[in-house]
Design a protein around this ligand. Structure first.
Ligand code: PHE
Ligand code: ZN
Length: 883
């Protein structure tokens, strides 16, 4: 039985209709209502008697009045779906305790007390994967944000820090490995059972607690810190996965070194454990000294993981490791401050990956994610500031806005301060707030003081949602270039009127003849409009703006195609060059999808695009990794974003037809390119990775133009592949084609990797994201495949997230795609509400879609809302989306 559905858990499911039949909603939690907790919990002792079906938990909390908080005669211990079998205060059965919903309230007369509570839980029934759950015969925990309360009663809030000592015991055979945060201080045997005692010297909030028990093997290594501390490193996996852990371990060591060199941060325990689990709602979790990872971000070898997977493993390993300082040593005062740790840590992992590989390519990838996911979020019904003001279910705020826009906001501070001053700012932050539960405001003030910035107006980036629109208009007047800038921050739910924000824009002005620019400058646009004059131009230069994507804004610039072609070929900022290429294509697709493009214009625009792409193919100064970026078409969602009302069918058709036109006019160049890079032997260096990237990009254009040729080439690429990148790339192209090789290679792939869950996930995802005309039928059939299950989040996402992100399938005219996602949400919600709620945003885009489809999307939201037992997660997302 699902732990969240037991009758003792009134909060697990929200009754959406009360006795009078009126819908009512879970309470809204507001940032301004924050109050310090009246009690401190200096020490926590936990004892777990572990069993898959039944685990007994005994907790002992020492509590003392918090002098810095208002006095309260009671203490609130949060619970969720649990019952106390015993409650004692100072060694006596507690007389005065009550339940408030699922929380336990105790009256405490004195200054300091000891509270002892026993609970019993069933991990095997925990399909929500929050709290203590079973995965493949092992036990592990996930406590962020509010999972600890599913284990025992506790002040489950990030501003209550406690030193944890934990005793784990269980059957030796079933759980040979027993792990918790910190260091193991004792262990012993007891017949068929054994036990281990762990102590974490660093005070931490309950969300950073973790335990793992199971039959695991480790790759072991060590790292010597800058002050000579020897740290034991382990990556724990199931037997058989050990030879896919080398990359994770190397990434960990690189992260540790990088954080010392770049931010001066040293690791602070003698042991660092990473555990891979196959059932996990998110990517990974930074529990103190015991990071728990989705297998997807640990296991990698060239046979089963793509280059993208390798990079993702490195990035997530870095991310979780960096949390040890930005998250754990300094944590969040409350969940409204989530971006304090997440935005900053994303920035840190981005900078790490930039330093390990090509900086511009990484920047382009990060901007693509921001525009593909965060921009749509920021312009839709779920838009919220990076520091939200209210929520009903905090799980819904682990968003691209909090993470990726949060990182962009801190990156802007770094751009304005310069690297060195920014480092002084982060040093100030770490010094000042070490050991505390801090706020975004604390971070901003530290950067102001340490870096010497004035961020008064800049704070608006924390409180205002919406992607600013910047207009840029360059003219020429009397020997001067005149740049007129304007900004407008769109209204978002609950925020109709916005103030102008400081927007740091890196610009350069190019002379078209010489191809040179007059040097990069940083302008800060902090008012509605501004004018800048640049002397010494006898004719109008070409404007390159928002270089390096210095601000997370959209730019509307008055620029001709000629100038874009110039920048696409000549801009010395690689990002700006990519941007010019994207603008060139986006401009054309937006015009053609809105129907205001004559035949002649279409022909000439396509010719310009082909010319630009051809120059990119021929440019000998480009590395293939960068070439691959420059050759990529903007995504359908990015094009749709540019339109007030998008017709997904039309955009899709225009985009495919442009691909076909390019594939036709650049046929020979593409075939040659494919053949050149096919000769590059496999390795993990940038050159070989670049070769693999352009190899598949070339195929995608050819597939649109000459499907039969592409089928042959893709089948050959598949057969010749000695790595997953080439193999998956070839199969991706084939799944969109109707030929016989599609069936052959899909079957081969399945048979080759049967039993390897992460690769079978790819097999599902490739089919769900394909361009094949029958993709909807394919997805329906795959849902009945014996390997499909709603109990494993990776598998659910591999089929349905891939499908929801496939405009050609999800937006099929019949509305079938919307219905499938609606059905999924309703079926998944009782099993795993966090994962279910993540499928709501695609439907929530309805206001920006043409009327016919919008009505069908809306129907699905209404149908879900009418369901009388929705989780708090799904309820909140659906009601905001209908709004
Ligand atoms: N804190 C994790 C991270 O970003 C994400 C996470 C959130 C994981 C909630 C699990 C649950 O690194
Ligand atoms: Zn994080």
């Amino acid at each position: 039985m699902d732990i969240a559905r037991t009758p003792s858990n009134p909060d697990g499911n929200i009754e959406m209709a009360d006795a009078a039949g009126e819908p009512h909603s879970p309470p809204e939690i507001r940032r301004e209502d924050y109050r310090p907790f009246p009690w401190l919990v200096p020490e926590t002792r936990l004892e777990f008697e572990l069993g898959l079906e039944s685990t007994r938990v005994r907790s002992k909390l020492t509590v003392a009045r918090n002098a810095k908080a208002d006095h309260s005669p009671t203490i609130r211990l949060n619970g969720d779906g649990i019952e106390a079998t015993s409650v004692m205060v100072d060694g006596e059965p507690a007389q005065a305790f009550t339940m408030d919903g699922s929380d336990l309230i105790l009256t405490l007369p004195g200054e300091a007390h000891e509270i002892a509570i026993e609970t019993e839980i069933d991990p095997s029934a925990n399909s929500q994967l929050m709290g203590l759950f079973a995965s493949n015969g092992m036990l592990c925990t996930q406590c962020e944000s509010e999972g600890f309360r599913r284990i025992t009663f506790f002040p489950d809030r990030p501003d209550v820090l406690s030193v944890f000592t934990v005793r784990l015991s269980g059957a030796k055979a079933q759980f040979p490995i027993l792990m918790c945060n910190g260091n193991r201080v004792d262990e012993g045997e007891d017949g068929d059972d054994h036990w281990a005692e762990w102590h974490d010297p660093w005070p931490k909030p309950s969300y950073l607690f973790a335990l793992v028990a199971g039959d695991l093997l480790a790759r072991t290594d060590s790292f010597t810190t800058m002050n000579g501390r020897e740290v034991e490193l382990n990556v724990w996996v199931r037997e058989g996965d050990l030879d896919r852990t080398e990359h994770a371990m190397e990434s960990l060591k690189r992260s540790m070194k990088w954080d010392e060199e770049t931010f001066g941060r040293e690791y602070d325990l003698d042991l660092f454990n990473i555990v891979a689990v196959s059932d996990f709602n998110m990517g990974a979790m930074e529990n103190k000294g015991l990071n728990v990872f989705n297998t997807k971000y640990v296991l990698a070898d060239p046979e089963t993981a793509t280059d993208g997977d390798f990079d993702a493993v490195e990035g997530v390993i870095g991310h979780e490791y960096f949390h040890n300082w930005s998250g754990n040593r300094i944590t969040c005062r409350d969940w409204f401050q989530l971006s304090l740790k997440e935005g900053f840590t994303v920035l840190r992992d981005q900078l790490f990956s930039q330093d390990m590989h090509s900086e511009p390519v990484k920047r382009i990838e990060d901007v693509r994610v921001l525009r593909g996911v965060q921009f749509p979020e920021d312009s839709g019904p779920l838009a919220h500031p990076i520091r939200p003001d209210s929520y009903r279910e905090i799980s819904n705020f682990y968003t691209s806005t909090v993470y990726n826009k949060g990182a962009e906001v801190i990156r802007m501070m770094r751009t304005m301060a310069g690297e060195e001053a920014f480092r002084k700012g982060t040093d100030t932050y770490f010094d000042r707030h070490d050991g505390e539960a801090a706020t975004c405001e604390d971070f901003i003030t530290s950067i102001e003081d340490g870096a010497g910035l004035d961020l008064k107006q800049f704070r608006l980036w924390y409180s205002q949602a919406g992607t600013p629109k910047v207009t840029a208009d360059l003219s020429h007047d009397n020997g001067e270039a005149v740049l007129r800038l304007g900004q407008q921050v769109p209204s978002t739910p609950g925020q109709p009127n916005k103030k102008p924000m400081p927007i740091p824009l890196k610009i350069a002005l190019f002379d078209r003849e010489t191809g040179k620019n007059s040097g990069e400058q940083l302008l800060i646009l902090d008012s509605d409009t501004a004018e800048h004059r640049f002397a010494g131009f006898d004719k109008k230069p070409v404007l390159s703006i928002n270089r390096g994507f210095s601000a997370p804004v959209t730019i509307q610039r008055d620029i001709d195609r000629d100038e874009l072609l110039f920048l696409a070929a000549k801009d010395d900022d690689p990002f700006a060059r990519y941007e010019a290429m994207q603008d060139l294509i986006t401009g054309h697709l937006v015009a053609s999808a809105s129907g205001d493009l004559g035949d002649d214009e279409r022909v000439s625009a396509r010719a310009d695009i082909a010319t630009a792409l051809s120059a990119v193919i021929a440019d000998g100064s480009l590395e293939d990794l960068m070439r691959g970026e420059l050759l990529l078409m903007p995504s359908q969602s990015y094009i749709g974003e540019q339109l007030e009302l998008a017709d997904p069918g039309r955009i899709h058709a225009e985009r495919e037809s442009l691909k076909a036109a390019i594939g036709t006019s650049l046929h020979d160049e593409l075939v040659q390119l494919h053949s050149r890079v096919s000769d590059v032997p496999f390795s993990m260096d940038a050159q070989a990775k670049g070769a693999r990237k352009v190899k598949t990009v070339a195929l995608t254009y050819l597939a649109a133009a000459s499907p039969e040729l592409a089928e042959t080439m893709a089948a050959a690429q598949y057969d010749a592949a000695d790595n997953m990148t080439d193999r998956q790339g070839a199969l991706m192209v084939l799944t969109g084609l109707e030929g016989v090789e599609r069936t052959n290679k899909l079957l081969d792939f399945y048979n080759r990797y049967e039993g390897n869950a992460l690769v079978i996930d790819k097999w599902f995802a490739l089919q769900a994201s394909s361009l094949h005309p029958n993709v909807v039928e394919h997805v329906k059939a795959l849902a009945d495949h014996p390997d499909f299950t709603l109990r494993n989040p990776n598998r659910v996402r591999s089929l349905y997230m891939a499908f929801a992100a496939n405009p050609h399938g999800f937006h099929i005219e019949t509305g079938e795609g919307y219905r499938m996602i609606g059905d999924l949400i309703l079926e998944l919600d009782p099993i795993n509400s966090q994962t279910a709620a993540r499928f709501v945003p695609p439907l929530g885009r309805w206001r920006r879609i043409e009327a016919g489809r919008a009505a069908m999307m809306r129907d699905q939201l209404d149908r879900i809302a009418a369901f009388d037992k929705l989780s708090r997660d799904t309820y909140e997302q659906v009601s905001r989306s209908i709004g």
